[in-house]
Design a protein around this ligand. Structure first.
Ligand code: SF4
Length: 351
């Protein structure tokens, strides 16, 4: 007898295809919905007799993560930024983090991890400095959303921007998207997902091939030329900015698509006037772009200090002066190592 399969790693059609000869198969839709929406697997709740319950438990289970640590801080515009360090599969070694980010007064987004650490090695990122310890499975990615719902976080959107480069774990991320989107479970619409990449060119192209026209994409740019990008982000040695630009340009699948371009502002490194001009040149020809300016969050091995409010404002003004739409990210969760670039830090697995 093989190990029970995790319901959080299955789409409903996959579950349906694996029910042959199973007692109580008629309860599959209710059991699946209960697992994905409420994070529980209790087949007896669905009118099944003892033998059917035993048969279900032999074949299936639900892999909810356990909470290692939970930290939060009030967000500047209301609500709380909260970071959960989660352990998967009952193994303390399989730890990753997810962050609840308040957006305005009532909405929240959940930033999920896709890998245990990361092999991209971005120098401004705590996760990158902690190294790579493996991939999360699709079920483990999904379980972060299911867990968040079960504790009342109820995110309106999910951002694949936590620990790991999502497109470096493409198959699991794709499967997680399909499961979260499945109308028999959570039924989350495509536009509620954003995949954020540091410029994994084959992954962007594969994502485009899915044909999910409403799936959001963000590029973590951080430097407008190859030399500086290579110094900050080792992945840039594999794919030049020209290749990245060509891939994101081809990703556009609907007229009102807006590409997110993230720029982590690091004082003395990428904040000069020519850098702002370079960002504008990169964005030219890409259609609607929203530059998300993220003030650098120093981690345990900082490469610079955090920019001052004046430095951030000056760079925003320069970008806008070049005609770019810019949103300045309010730093959230810095004190609990939950801000951008801080996951896997002092309170997390990288320790
Ligand atoms: S910024 Fe993203 S891709 Fe780069 S090291 Fe950090 S987690 Fe990995």
């Amino acid at each position: 007898m093989s190990d029970p399969r995790d319901l959080l790693g299955l789409t409903f059609p996959e579950l349906s295809a694996s029910l042959q000869g199973l007692r109580g198969a008629g309860a599959a839709a209710a059991i699946y919905r209960d697992a994905l929406v409420r994070g529980r697997f209790v087949p007896e709740r669905h009118g099944l007799g003892a033998r059917a319950v035993a048969a279900w438990c032999e074949r299936f289970r639900i892999g909810m993560p356990s909470v290692v640590e939970l930290r939060s801080e009030p967000a500047p515009r209301g609500g709380e930024t909260a970071k959960a360090v989660l352990a998967f599969g009952g193994s303390p070694a399989r730890r990753a983090e997810c962050v609840r980010i308040p957006i305005g007064a009532r909405r929240t987004s959940l930033c999920v991890s896709t890998q245990l650490g990361c092999r991209m090695g971005c120098r401004f990122c705590e996760t990158g400095m902690s190294g790579y310890r493996g991939d999360l499975t699709a079920a483990e990615v999904v379980s972060q959303v299911v867990w968040a719902n079960s504790v009342g976080w109820e995110p309106g959107s999910v951002v694949f921007q936590g620990m790991g480069e999502p497109l470096d774990n493409f198959d699991a991320v794709l499967k997680a998207l399909q499961i979260l989107h499945d109308p028999h479970g959570l039924g989350m619409a495509q536009e509620r997902f954003t995949v954020c990449t540091v410029g994994h060119v084959p992954g962007i192209r594969q994502l485009a091939e899915l044909g999910w026209k409403r799936l959001n994409l963000s590029l973590s740019l951080n430097a407008p030329d190859d030399a500086l990008r290579c110094a900050l982000m080792p992945i840039a040695r594999r794919w030049s900015l020209a290749e990245v630009k060509s891939a994101v340009a081809a990703y556009r699948q609907r007229r009102n698509f807006q590409l997110g371009v993230h720029y982590c502002l690091i004082p003395g490194v990428n904040d000069r006037p020519e850098h702002a001009r370079g960002v504008a040149e990169f964005c030219a020809g890409l259609g609607r772009v929203m530059v998300q300016l993220i003030p650098y969050n120093p981690g345990s091995a900082p490469i610079a200090r955090a920019p001052t409010a004046d430095e951030v404002a000056a760079f925003v003004t320069r970008l806008r002066g070049h005609g770019l739409a810019v949103r300045q990210r309010i730093t959230k969760g810095r004190s609990v190592m939950a801000a951008c670039g801080q996951l896997g830090g002092a309170s997390g697995p990288a320790g």
